[in-house]
Design a protein around this ligand. Structure first.
Ligand SMILES: [Zn+2]
Length: 309
């Protein structure tokens, strides 16, 4: 009898050990995930962005990983899935999309099912509207590797759409989702982990890069969103594109937009038309930022802001 008890106790210890292993593989470091991953905090790994590519982050929880965005390309999505498999045996529980564009959402299908995809109201409609039914073929033609990565491709839009704010509690983690209006796409979500003090800032402010500003985006709304995100006082800021850092990313972008508004405002007040402003405006302080070809969309947005009644 005593022997049986001993055995059963041993079995339960073994089972507890196995289930621990299933939850986390703590011996796996960021370096084991490959050169493209960095550890931000315990159990939080970002696929380190090549230049200004989009970021994708794995957040481990006791109930399975939560992903924030799914990779610039499907090769990145597959690489994230391989990293997940090294970190845990648990299925991906949720995917949070920080915006609607393909460089954040095309890889949703790699993780869902079983993952539930979440973003703000309006995301699904915008993704369906912009969807190109020929996308899988276009991707497959890029390279043999991409053809392989695109196997099984289909559009996966958010299953859950929240309004304004939402709190997700997954295992021991808390994810606060905050909608930002008119800052980049049809549905932009900042993801705040209050316990870890890590902020996923979507594509409002990009480090060292001129942003692509769509006609419905308002610079004053972008500045308000940066102010709101700074007020959370995060330790780490993970932008939608580029390397992660601190709130300096917001400071640099605020300075850029403030100067842009100032210069475009002065030209507009002197009677210049939008086309003339586009010709004459110079921002030499930011000549080393990438995507200079996006400058016209920035001037248009600044012109809309300074001439708004
Ligand atoms: Zn985008």
């Amino acid at each position: 009898m005593a022997k049986t008890e001993f055995r059963s106790m041993n079995t339960s210890v073994l089972v507890a050990g196995l289930s621990c292993l299933a939850l986390f593989t703590p011996s796996v470091g960021a370096q084991d995930l490959g050169p493209n991953f960095r550890r931000i905090k315990d159990g939080i790994y970002v696929q380190s962005s090549r230049e200004v590519n989009s970021t994708s982050t794995i957040v481990l929880t006791e109930e399975g990983p939560v992903l924030i965005d799914t990779g610039q390309t499907l090769l990145d999505s597959r690489e994230v899935m391989q990293a997940v498999r090294k970190l845990t045996q648990l299925p991906v529980r949720m995917v949070i999309n920080t915006e609607v564009h393909p460089d954040h959402t095309t890889g949703n299908f790699v993780f869902s099912p079983p993952a539930l995809v979440v973003n703000h109201a309006g995301a699904s409609d915008a993704m369906r509207k912009a969807f190109d039914p020929d996308r899988a073929n276009t991707l497959a033609k890029q390279s043999p590797e991409m053809r392989e990565a695109a196997q099984g491709y289909r559009l996966v839009t958010p299953h859950v759409e929240y309004q304004n704010k939402a709190t997700l509690r997954v295992g021991e983690r808390v994810f606060e989702l905050i909608h930002m209006t008119g800052v980049h796409s049809e549905a932009d979500t900042a993801v705040w982990l209050p316990n870890e003090r890590v902020l996923f800032a979507a594509s409002v402010a990009l480090p060292g890069s001129i942003n692509n500003i769509r006609p419905f985006v308002r610079i004053p709304d972008m500045l308000a969103a940066m102010k709101m995100m700074k007020s959370l006082n995060p330790d780490v800021v993970v932008p939608g594109h580029g390397s992660f850092g601190t709130t300096k990313i917001f400071d640099d972008n605020e300075r850029y937009y403030t100067l842009l508004l100032e210069r475009v405002g002065a030209l507009a007040r002197s009677g210049k038309t939008l086309d003339q402003v586009k010709q004459e405006l110079r921002m030499p302080e930011y000549a080393d930022w990438s995507y200079q070809e996006r400058m016209p969309s920035n001037v248009e947005a600044a012109y809309r802001a300074v001439t708004a009644r």
